[in-house]
Design a protein around this ligand. Structure first.
Ligand code: DGY
Length: 337
């Protein structure tokens, strides 16, 4: 009798022509519609699975895997993986993977666009025009802040941060960054970027962009004290995770006009958005779409499938999934985005 095939749970509908590759090796159970799974539903999905393909909405920790004795691998479709408790998964011997690289350029494009939209008041201007307020060209209308020739500050200089820095070269920006450690000189040269201490970054940036992975250690790294260090009239853009920013403190700074504007693609309680931010005219709000181009989303699914197949011991990379994030026992350092 043939060996039973390993079982895989796919938590959300993805691209069938790509994710369908799983059928070659596994018995696949698919969620037919986009679903906001409650923790119990995730536990049920994982209960008899050897592996799972999940997205950022699926929060998985010790409780969700407790009743899943066969589970060996979780492939996250996303570079950020703060939806996974990787320590708890590693303790259970479950490998977790993510999807770096394939979304770097698309996400950097978006980060740059969001920064520009905030600085040049693009969505605010459109709302104003559509609201019928434009009575004629005005010399003083909707003045924004320049991008060209200004100082860009990048907090978190992983792959996406470097992508944002490379785009800044074309705008003649001076680029400062802060990371725990300095990048190799060749990378700094390529990005024309200089490492500074975090407080210097806050103080010198005309436009500060957040691209660092979220962890409990950097929760609200941009709080009232950090915002107070920023230049009057600076902008803040966040394409990483909402939990990095104290949103009430940001709303205070925006309402007081201390910060000129913000561009936010991520929110602490998403999909709920802090009502105070919704009430600020000078913030561009987008629904976590920085990596949302069709080709990039397809590439993310493809990499997640490769990861899962390999983690479960099949395919050309059997046993060597391309992008593992589960820490080896005793080390929990999140990797750069
Ligand atoms: C990620 O991959 O972490 C993004 O936030 C969503 O694509």
């Amino acid at each position: 009798m043939a060996e039973p095939r390993p079982r895989v749970w796919v938590s959300q509908p993805l691209y069938g022509d790509i994710e369908g590759r799983l059928d070659e090796w596994f018995e696949v159970r698919r969620t037919p519609e986009v679903t906001d799974h409650a923790p119990e539903a995730i536990a049920a999905g994982l209960a008899d699975a050897d592996g799972a393909l999940v997205t950022l909405n699926d929060r998985i920790g010790a409780a969700e895997v407790a009743g899943a004795p066969r589970l060996r691998a979780i492939a996250n479709v996303g570079v950020g993986y703060n939806n996974l408790d990787v320590e708890a998964l590693a303790a259970r011997g479950i490998v977790a993977t993510n999807t770096p690289d394939v979304l770097t350029e698309t996400t950097a494009d978006f980060g740059f666009a969001l920064m520009m939209a905030a600085a040049r008041r693009i969505t605010e201007a459109e709302r104003w025009l559509r609201g019928g307020h434009w009575q004629g060209w005005g010399f003083h209308q909707l003045l924004g802040a320049d991008i060209h020739g200004s100082t860009l500050g990048i907090l978190g200089m992983g792959r996406i941060g470097q992508g944002v820095a490379r785009r800044a070269r074309g705008f003649g920006m001076r680029v400062l960054y802060h990371n725990r450690s300095r990048l190799p000189e060749a990378v700094e040269r390529d990005c024309a970027a200089t490492r500074v201490e975090r407080d210097v970054l806050f103080a010198e940036a005309d436009h500060l962009v957040l691209v660092l992975p979220y962890s409990a250690a950097n929760h609200h790294i941009v709080d009232a004290a950090a915002l107070a260090k920023m230049k009057p009239g600076a902008t803040l853009t966040n394409i990483a995770r909402g939990g990095l920013v104290d949103e009430d403190a940001l709303a205070d700074a925006l309402q007081a006009g201390r910060l000129a504007a913000a561009g936010l693609d991520v929110f602490e309680g998403e999909p709920a958005v802090n009502p105070r931010l919704l009430g600020c005219r000078n913030v561009v709000l987008t629904p976590h779409i920085a990596s949302a181009s069709l080709s990039t989303r397809r590439a993310m699914v493809s990499l997640a499938v490769d990861n899962l197949v390999a983690a479960l011991g099949f395919g050309p990379d059997a046993g060597r999934p391309p992008s593992v994030v589960t820490p080896p026992a005793g080390s929990a350092a999140p990797r750069g985005q």
